[in-house]
Design a protein around this ligand. Structure first.
Ligand code: C5P
Length: 238
């Protein structure tokens, strides 16, 4: 039997198109990804939020990061969906309750990156992420979207920016939320978190071999969105 036919003999439906946006924190993936999703009318996945929610749930449940079974249970049971917004972070709905603001502190970011080094937790979240691939398409933002979660994506982008630009963006985002932040401390926290993400053994932060690399240090969100859309049009032969 031909590989592309299912057991009933009919052709398997082509999976929905995916654009992956990977890169370090503060590179603009979230803002760019949400605008792309809204403009294309596609779904949006903020995979970092899944790691953040897992870390928060573990803290609330008093689950130690050495308790792998407990963490996997928490990660597998998450009922999370995302609603992209223009001009702010995506709504993260956990059991229909928006917990976006609670998970976006640097402290939860650090805990998320500690949980993210654990292979069984990544495995539990992998399936959850892949189920969000639904028609008409998905824009997926994270660290390993193009390398591990959606290796067959239609378009892969790795978004980078200088450490100074990234720290300043995160600083402004947190300030806008009314949080008390210190730029030098934030820059150091981001440096430590990125190093942990790049150096971990499983699914480290790195561009996929076939990713387009965009340096957003001197580009506006709208300019990056336009570049990605133009790459997508080229890939789709339009
Ligand atoms: O993107 P965000 O800053 O919300 O991600 C929080 C942390 O979650 C990252 O620092 C990283 O450790 C982890 N993460 C990951 N893989 C992803 C997305 C996020 O390991 N695809």
């Amino acid at each position: 039997m031909a590989k592309s036919r299912s057991s009933s003999g009919s052709r398997r439906a082509r999976p929905a198109a995916v654009i992956t946006l990977d890169g370090p924190s503060g590179a603009g993936k979230g803002s760019v990804g949400q605008r792309l999703a809204i403009q294309l009318g596609w779904h949006f996945l903020d995979s970092g939020a899944l790691y953040r929610v897992t870390a928060l749930a573990a803290r609330q449940a008093g689950c130690d990061f050495g308790d792998i079974t407990g963490l996997v249970g928490l990660a597998s049971g998450l009922n999370v969906r995302f609603e992209p917004q223009v001009g702010s972070d995506a709504c993260v709905l956990l059991d229909d309750r928006d917990i976006g603001d609670v998970i976006r502190t640097e402290e939860i970011g650090r805990l998320a990156s500690e949980v993210a080094v654990l292979p069984p937790v990544r495995q539990a979240l992998l399936k959850k992420q892949q189920t969000l691939r639904q028609p008409p398409g998905l824009v997926a933002d994270g660290r390993d979207m193009g390398t591990v979660v959606f290796p067959d994506a239609e378009l892969k982008v790795f978004l980078s920016a200088s450490p100074a630009a990234r720290a300043e963006r995160r600083y402004n985002q947190l300030k806008d939320k009314g949080l008390d932040v210190n730029l030098a401390r934030l820059a150091e926290e981001i440096r430590v978190r990125d190093a942990r993400d790049e150096e971990r053994e499983v699914s480290p932060l790195k561009p996929a071999d076939d990713a387009y690399i965009i340096d957003s240090s001197h580009l506006s969100i709208a300019q990056v969105v336009e570049r990605v859309l133009s790459l997508l049009r080229k890939r789709q032969g339009r």
